[in-house]
Design a protein. Structure first.
Length: 217
């Protein structure tokens, strides 16, 4: 890509893997992807919304207002049919705020030990906000079933117990490339990618013209 002025966009996370994934997905557009590690101390946003949409928008909009730059945030979780949609927005805190991924998986398996209906779905909502408040929203789901024990070493979160029937593997048994093609987050990000030309025009309307950097910085 030629050296051009770029619109800086902040991914509201410190997760390097997620940042790299989005940076690679949007590499052909005149934007510069940053994440929270590129800035000084920033207040942590409390994810106290009742829906994925509320949490994603809150993270994106607060980050955008603090930094004065457009920001992208996502909120996602696992919804289990037999548990009436739980753990849902509480997926990361299901076994307590300090629990490990292994502990979260174990608690969910214990809650499901007597259940025959093991249908579940991952959901993801991506919010793309600007400092003045407006935001774009993208969302996607991935349907699967819960296993009775962890399988696989890849991924994170509930991946070892989420079985994806079309590929006959858990998410933790998939490569990162395989998972990104079928996962809830991957689908939502592709929706964003597919209409990013329109997103760029939207940004030009809502962002000051001087909020640009050199693409090669």
């Amino acid at each position: 890509m030629e050296t051009n002025n770029c619109i800086p966009i902040v991914i509201a996370t410190r997760n390097r893997g997620k940042t790299a994934e989005i940076r690679d997905l949007l590499k052909d557009f005149p934007i510069q992807i940053k994440n929270l590690d590129d800035f000084g101390p920033i207040p942590e946003v409390e994810e106290d919304g009742e829906t994925f949409d509320e949490n994603a928008y809150k993270k994106a909009s607060v980050t955008a207002r603090i930094l004065g730059l457009p920001a992208i945030a996502d909120d996602s979780g696992l919804m289990v049919e037999a548990l009436k949609g739980a753990p849902g927005v509480h997926s990361a805190r299901f076994a307590g705020p300090e629990a490990t991924d292994r502990e979260r998986c174990q608690k969910l398996l214990e809650a499901m030990q007597d259940e025959e209906n093991r249908n579940a779905a991952f959901a993801c909502v991506i919010s793309f906000a600007v400092p003045t408040g407006p935001a774009l929203t993208y969302e996607a789901r991935c349907e699967g079933v819960l296993t009775r024990e962890p399988q696989g070493e890849n991924g994170f979160g509930y991946d070892p117990i989420f079985f994806f029937p079309p590929l006959q593997k858990t998410f933790a048994q998939l490569t990162r490339e395989e998972k990104s093609r079928v996962s809830h987050r991957g689908k939502a990000l592709r929706e964003l990618e597919e209409e990013f030309d329109k997103v760029m025009k939207w940004l030009e309307i809502h962002m000051p013209v001087d909020q640009k950097f050199n693409c090669m910085e």
